[in-house]
Design a protein around this ligand. Structure first.
Ligand SMILES: NC(=O)C1=CN([C@@H]2O[C@H](COP(=O)(O)OP(=O)(O)OC[C@H]3O[C@@H](n4cnc5c(N)ncnc54)[C@H](O)[C@@H]3O)[C@@H](O)[C@H]2O)C=CC1
Length: 446
């Protein structure tokens, strides 16, 4: 009943919102972005409580969220069609129109940011959205809904419904839903696509990854080490685009390992509310157990733990029950190991040696995933050649895990399809209507 009520209320709001000019929608969205910016500290604190990530990262997430809303507000007024001349003075034009009520289903790793990345382009195009956050992180999507309302969107335009798989299933099956945008695991993504197919609903899938990071011997080593840490340890390693397969050219392996382990060991771990902390708690006990299980399995299969991979109990008594673990670097890894093949979704970096460019590209691409990738080298030709050859939706050259809202984000292969962010996402939240206009008499064949 709640799902049905949310979708109906979103539909009612959609009928008003779609009639507004893009510039009018932009004004409301800019106000929402302004409110988020004004309350960024408060929302970030709630996100820390929601998720367990550090306040430093939560602040970045909130900033990326308002930037995304600002970016699509800027695009709302630019949506336009084409004019096409036809014989005999006839002509046609296209209108870029919204889809209707879109559903967003989010994962728990970036709760506020995912809700913003999905709702901003949806609303800019004139759609409504019913959003379901993960039951692990139910809090901040509701804050976003309140902010949109305060900024002036019609009542119900962005609705939040809570729950897990059952709620998600009801949303995907609902006949009034035009599109489902999903972020989460591959198995659930497949189910969402199957359910959506029954109603011929459009889907965007942002799924998991096991992304490769290629570090060549001609790289600037300190930057490569920093890149590897950024690629593995943000949000306690629970990031879909993480570069968890770190391929290092054999000649520089000793220096790389020494430096990466030295830096991993001193990552400040503990109270996520403190400014100095760089790693907080994992999302849940089962997730912590799953990640520790991967580390144990890796050991059994012959990997060597260079640091971390243990449960961590902070000295502060109020943090005793938290799901902390020390960040882990695994050496002696092979391509056929479980830790190298499967998405771990925790702070575990697997390091693998390689000899040649041709070899490392083949091994990097030998996966069903294709979300992101990275390369560190000072050879400009190599950098672009490797970027072109890697089968992934994103390739970072000499950096990793930065997500500017101006550029598209999304997967190849089992990591999904459709894109979020960038201009192209407008296409995933709108459809073209062709209007054909006759200026003369009808030439009928009958
Ligand atoms: N790549 C990524 O971005 C993410 C990957 N994961 C991976 O997935 C694993 C499990 O985490 P979960 O949160 O359980 O991921 P999940 O993929 O099961 O859940 C994601 C979202 O889908 C919803 N959902 C679950 N079953 C559904 C169904 N049948 N129909 C519609 N919606 C449904 C969930 O309530 C949640 O909002 C993690 O350990 C991690 O490996 C999880 C979150 C994000």
């Amino acid at each position: 009943e709640e799902v049905d009520e949310a979708i109906k209320s979103a539909h009612g709001a959609y009928l008003k919102w779609r009639k507004m000019a893009g510039m009018e929608r932009a004004r409301v969205m800019l106000e929402a972005a302004r409110i988020i910016r004004e309350r960024r500290e408060k929302i970030a604190k709630l996100e820390v409580i929601n998720n367990g990530k550090t306040i430093t990262e939560a602040l970045v997430d909130i900033d990326i969220a308002w930037q995304c809303i600002e970016y699509y507000a800027g695009m709302a007024g630019t949506l336009a069609g084409q004019h096409v001349q036809l014989p005999g003075g006839a002509f046609a034009y296209t209108r870029r129109e919204p889809l209707g009520v879109c559903v967003g289903i989010g994962a728990w790793n970036y709760p506020f940011q995912i809700a913003s990345w999905k709702s901003a382009p949806a609303l800019a195009c004139g759609n409504a959205m019913v959003f379901k956050p993960s039951p692990m992180t139910p809090v901040t999507a509701v804050i976003l809904a309140e902010i949109y309302k305060e900024a002036g969107v019609p009542d119900g335009l962005f609705c939040v419904v809570q729950g897990g798989a059952e709620t998600g299933t009801l949303l995907c099956h609902h006949p009034m839903v035009a599109k489902v945008s999903f972020t989460g695991s591959v198995p659930t993504g497949k189910k969402v696509m199957e359910m959506s197919a029954k109603g011929v609903k459009q889907v965007t899938l942002e799924l998991g990854g096991k992304s490769p990071l290629l570090i060549f011997k001609d790289c600037e080593l300190e930057n490569a080490v920093k890149g590897a840490l950024m690629a593995n340890f943000l949000t306690q390693g629970q990031v879909c685009c993480n570069g968890t397969r770190v391929f290092v050219q054999r000649e520089i392996m000793p220096q790389f390992l020494e430096e990466v382990v030295k830096r991993t060991k001193v990552i400040p771990l503990g109270d996520p509310m403190l400014d100095g902390t760089r790693m907080g708690a994992l999302i849940s006990k089962p997730q912590l157990e799953k990640v520790l299980g991967f580390v144990n399995q890796a050991k059994k299969e012959g990997a060597r733990v260079l640091c971390g991979g243990e449960p961590f109990v902070p000295s502060d008594p109020k943090l005793k029950g938290g799901y902390f673990m020390s960040p882990c670097v695994l050496d002696n890894c092979r391509d056929d190991m479980t830790c190298v093949k499967e998405e771990i979704f925790g702070p575990v970096m697997s390091v693998l040696p390689f000899d040649t460019e041709e070899e490392v590209i083949r091994r990097a691409n030998n996966t069903t995933f294709g979300l992101a990738s990275g390369v560190f080298t000072r050879d400009i030709s190599r950098a672009h050649r490797v970027a072109a050859d890697l089968e992934a939706g994103t390739c970072f050259i000499n950096n990793y895990n930065i997500s500017p809202v101006e550029v598209p984000f999304g997967g190849y292969k089992n990591s999904g399809f459709g894109r979020e962010n960038g201009q192209v996402t407008i296409e995933y939240y709108s459809q073209l209507k062709t209007v054909v206009v006759e200026m003369g008499d009808v030439e009928s064949l009958f």
